[in-house]
Design a protein around this ligand. Structure first.
Ligand code: ADE
Length: 225
């Protein structure tokens, strides 16, 4: 898989992709992440990428020209399954959508800023808009990193058995069961005996039951879905 992220603040995306699982996934050749600085695609002599909104009002609007130049230069090299725009009014990001995106080959993610992008970008270049939640971030970069992380960890080979994505919360419509590790007892607080019993089947049943109970208590909406 290849993910191209377009941003006017490329440094914001340095660290999420240069550590731990996301870095290892790239080093293993399972994913390529390319971050593109939008300013480099501006034809303006001051590398301008935003301007005042037509009709007035506070806040700058990201101009269509640098964005079009960047997207077109990428599309000239390869075809993309989706051109995603990160926006608080986009489709809610879920594990289901992460699964769907993890099956794609090439993705572009455009990060918004200020008052957002000129509407013509959304109409003519964007194929999908994603929100990571009902709150407003100062830009789309952190949201893009969230989406890329959730997608990349699902790619075959990225996680080892010990961190398999199949047992994650939401993967089966339930939240994950509680987990324990050594010591078996800490200041009188004991880990459940069943987990130390060595009965694999009983452990599995217990975990499933815990998942169902936790989901009912914490996220009952998941059971309706
Ligand atoms: N940009 C600003 N806020 C956002 C959000 N909640 N989701 C995606 N992109 C955003």
């Amino acid at each position: 898989m290849r993910i191209d992220i377009i941003t006017c603040l490329p440094r914001l995306l340095d660290s999420p992709f240069s550590d731990s699982i996301l870095m290892r996934a790239q080093n293993k050749g399972l994913v390529e992440v390319h971050v593109h600085d939008l300013r480099q695609f501006s034809e303006d002599k001051h590398k301008k990428i935003d301007d005042y909104a037509f009709g007035g009002g506070a806040g700058m609007v990201m101009m269509i020209e640098p964005i079009a130049n960047c997207i077109r230069s990428l599309q000239a090299e390869r075809s993309y399954d989706d051109v995603i725009y990160m926006s608080p009014d986009g489709q809610q990001f879920t594990q289901h959508l992460a699964n769907e995106l993890s099956l794609k080959k090439n993705l572009i993610i455009l990060c918004g800023h200020y008052k957002g992008v000129d509407e013509r970008v959304r109409e003519h270049f964007i194929t999908r808009e994603i929100s990571i939640g009902d709150y407003v971030l100062s830009g789309g970069e952190l949201a893009a990193a969230v989406v890329a992380d959730a997608v990349i960890r699902l790619l075959p080979g990225v996680l080892g058995d010990e961190t398999s994505a199949l047992t994650d919360s939401f993967q089966d419509g339930l939240v994950a069961p509680p987990v324990y590790t050594r010591p078996a007892e800490f200041e009188g607080m004991k880990a459940p005996d069943i987990l130390l019993s060595g009965h694999e089947k009983k452990v599995e049943e217990w975990r499933f039951q815990q998942s169902v109970e936790r989901t009912k208590k914490r996220r009952p909406n998941l059971l309706d879905e």
